[in-house]
Design a binder for this molecule. Structure first.
Ligand code: DGL
Length: 271
């Protein structure tokens, strides 16, 4: 049993979609969240940069927040840095790609699964690898949607012309005849309604966060590090970007009074 916090990391506010589900399902657990907004988008960075940034964040959360496990609540960082982090830090680390793949394979009836993600995640082939390992008969049709991340970060997805942008960016996926579509970037569940409208109600949208939280629960149990005390929980938030902007998106998404601390990149670089 451990009262230590679970660490969550993302390039920005996207990982809050996973953290929110964890807050609902793991109500005794303390959470420490870091969004690396100053270096976003990870989807356009090199593998080496993503590995370096991810390790800095992991080290920060371990040193400053004494976290008991790390959730890479970012598909791009999972695709490039999950194994890298597991080799370098001693606490349990989980990503979102394997859980998302399990959920997609469980839901498809036609074995035609779509993936929308950052260009980095698409290029890595991480989902294809994970899905083929589970069921070699499932085909994956991928589309990079880099415009969606800034639309969520700046809350621009609320503007009038957004549906047209979404329709245009999903036009290829919409001709691939998939029956299941993975929201393969943690920012995308915030735009879920627009995406569902574009692909139509017959396509099942997969938010990897749900399966990830189930797996977090299992890891806590298997390592005997759940918090069994029903005390008031603490949620702490850090951003390397603008704390006011982070708070605005986070307050709305989590329905919680978030006061993120600004973390200068310099402090991460020194770790
Ligand atoms: N939220 C991140 C993901 O799941 C990516 C956003 C970015 O490109 O920084 O991949």
């Amino acid at each position: 049993m451990s009262k230590k916090a679970i660490g969550f990391m993302d390039s920005g506010v996207g990982g809050l979609t996973v953290a929110k589900l964890a807050m609902q399902e793991l109500q005794n657990e303390n959470i420490a969240y870091l969004g690396d907004e100053a270096r976003l988008p990870y989807g356009e960075k090199t593998k080496e940069e993503i590995q370096q940034y991810s390790l800095q964040i992991a080290n920060f959360l371990i040193k400053k927040e004494d976290i008991k496990m790390l959730v890479i609540a970012c598909n791009t960082a999972t695709s490039y840095a999950l194994d890298y982090l597991r080799e370098r830090i001693s606490i349990p680390v989980i990503g979102v790609v394997n859980p998302g793949s399990i959920a997609a394979v469980n839901n498809t009836r036609t074995n035609r699964v779509g993936l929308i993600a950052t260009n980095g995640t698409v290029k890595s082939g991480a989902y294809e690898k994970a899905i083929k390992k589970i069921n070699n008969n499932v085909d994956v049709f991928s589309q990079g949607c880099p415009r969606f991340v800034p639309m969520v970060e700046k809350q621009e997805y609320k503007k009038d012309n957004t549906q047209e942008i979404v329709n245009s960016d999903l036009s290829t996926i919409n001709t691939d005849n998939v029956d299941t579509l993975i929201l393969g970037c943690t920012h995308f569940p915030i735009m879920r309604e627009l995406i569902q409208k574009s692909v139509g109600d017959s396509v099942i949208l997969i938010d990897p966060g749900y399966e990830t939280v189930k797996q977090i629960k299992k890891i806590l149990q298997n390592n005997d590090i759940e918090n069994k005390e029903n005390d008031e929980v603490t949620y702490s938030f850090y951003t390397t970007g603008d704390a006011n902007n982070f708070d605005k998106v986070a307050n709305e998404w989590l329905n919680y009074d978030v006061h993120a601390k600004h973390l200068p990149i310099k402090e991460l670089e020194e770790l």
